[in-house]
Design a protein around this ligand. Sequence first.
Ligand SMILES: O=P(O)(O)OC[C@H]1O[C@H](O[C@H]2O[C@H](CO)[C@@H](O)[C@H](O)[C@H]2O)[C@H](O)[C@@H](O)[C@@H]1O
Ligand code: UDP
Length: 702
Amino acid sequence: MSSGGLVAALSGLKSNFIWVGWIGTEIDEEDRPVVKDLLWKNYSCIPVFLEERVANEHYNGFSNGVLWPLFHYLPGDLDYDDQIWNSYVEANEIFSTVVADILKPDDMVWVHDYHMMLFPEILKQKKPEARIGFFLHIPFPSSEIFRVLPCRKEILMGILNCCLIGFHTYDYARHFLKACTRIVGLETAPNGVYFRDRFVQVGVFPVGIDPDKFFESIKTPKVESRIQELKKSFEGSKVLIGIDRLDYIKGIPQKLQAIERLFQKYPEWKGKLVLIQVAVPSRQDVEEYQKLKKEVEELVGRINGLYGSLGYSPIHYLFQSVDSTELTALYNISDAALITSIRDGMNLVAQEYIVCQTDKKGVLILSEFTGAAQSLSGAVMINPWNTEEVADSINNALTMSEEEREEKHQMLLNYVTKHTASHWGLGFVKELYKASHNADKMVSIPKLNIDEVVDIYKNSKRRLLIFAYDGTLIPYTNVPQLSRPSQELLESFDILSNDPKNDLYILSGRDKKTLSEWFNGLHIGLSAEYGCFFKDPDSEEWEQQVPSMDLSWKETIRPLFKYFTLRTPGSFFEEKEMLFTWHYRNADPVFGCIQARELHLHLDNLPLDVIVGDKTLGVRSYNINPTSSMKKVITDSIPKNLDLVLLIGDTHIHPSELPQFEGKIYNISVGKKSNKDSYHLNDPSEVIELVNRLEKISDSVA
Ligand SMILES: O=P(O)(O)OC[C@H]1O[C@H](O[C@H]2O[C@H](CO)[C@@H](O)[C@H](O)[C@H]2O)[C@H](O)[C@@H](O)[C@@H]1O
Ligand SMILES: O=c1ccn([C@@H]2O[C@H](COP(=O)(O)OP(=O)(O)O)[C@@H](O)[C@H]2O)c(=O)[nH]1
């Protein structure tokens, strides 16, 4: 059994599952049948056999030499080359072959962690019907960090072939969604990604432990007697516990520096405090881990040399793994646990310490850079880089009143005993089951059946026709000013709008002046600047959709847009009353996308709404919602027996936000498919075909 949280979490699942995995060493061909048989019979495991070179380059080289440091915000430690990338691909392919051979129709496949991020796409190619969920046990970094990865797009596409993708925290999920938008240009929603013809669900499932395992262990005679021995060994001293894989993300050097600072600032603890640091051997073939071991052991030696005495060592350092008896007893007798990770997907040691505090109600001192910090609110939070703060926190924890310790411990225990490994596992599998069934429903966005719409139009009593403009009624062009509507289109809209059953609207990012000029004299409603302004068909006046807006942001943003325009040959930007729109259609396709990503990064940190269009990036004040203007139109039309709504193109309206009515609504994507829509048309020419068919009916009635 490997050490680490993934194994601890999965060992805590109560449900049956087949574990497919690499067994950590190369097995000769002739021995493989025996090994397979033994693992299957005794552990319900199926081994994946990898030759030493591939295993080493996949696990040490790429997984732990490239992905691990990058995902923990340490891009400087990347050690990327094609050789280790190819082995990463090869190992994922070998895993997919093993799984494809055993997969049965109703099986679900739960893929774990950064080692397997290409597996879902590869398995999907072999088994298109496979129902796959992916869970990342480590942080997903901000897209500013993630974009450094040379194979960033392949990694994202690798896991987007799932029905469900899970993370420990909302932060990680949000970073992933942003990366999908910026790096692959995908449309996202708070709970998922629109990818090809499907909606890939993204969820948050904080991992937990198996508390009962520890509650039962503490009561065993073996642990009881070990607890007594340890209490005797450290009688008269306060005990701090550190349980970490010897990994640079665990912040062990930072922990040791804080202990040294504690002795300097609070010398009274000398001779009265010990830190028991268990450093579990981990990834010893990776150079960064070898360097870390030397650094830690030097620090331990120095601090013990400075603050120790004959018969007293402030730091008890174990470079080894400990068995569950020793671990449980160590947790139990410790007055505080000190977790100083500089980044950590979750950190289960924190939770294990809490459940083992049956006597002392010891204090959890927890780095804010762990996933656990987002849910263990009863912990004493620290920034491990702030040595002074950590030293003070240790002193405060060890002198904390019993009442406060009891109160904090109860808060923590309530959380940990509810959000267990089993709760985590069942939650994910249930969501995967639902998502995999929903995914079947969303396999494709069917092409609109124009004949069907024409029939319904013919027999309907009240109709609301809502069109986007650019890319819907007229193809995108390199020069926006040239996109004025043709005379034929104006005549069609004149006929449609004069049909007493019809209300006709155009929703656009264009400004008021342009839309008023282009559609002057037509009895149609207009929405300008993505919903900032609205003009009713019966009015000549534009209404501003939000009260007086603070537009001071324009002074700040204008230089940024000018900068990117200068930097990106072929791009230009439009300043409208409430909106800036940056166009990069005429720029180099690759460079333009890179620049758009860069600009998006800058805009994302501002209190503004960023509107991602087709080769455009818009920005406007918050809380302007184009749906609100159309909600009122629909609400007003319902009493007039509204029974048909056509919502055509990228109107930036989410149909789910519109009022319900007795009748049919057609949400129609044009060109780029989007799952918020239920049908698609390929391009504006097909939209015009539909308009002409509807016009003929209205004309014949007129
Ligand atoms: O398998 P190893 O290379 O020996 O590494 C041990 C585990 O380290 C990482 O654990 C992560 O998952 C834990 C459970 O979700 C989480 O609590 C912890 O914060 C993460 O670091 C790695 O992600 C696992 O795959 C390894 O098994
Ligand atoms: O000698 C040891 C000490 C600890 N652990 C376990 O390793 C896991 C560490 O998980 P955590 O999430 O804290 O960190 P990770 O190692 O997964 O990054 C915990 O379940 C510990 O009980 C272990 O397997 N061997």
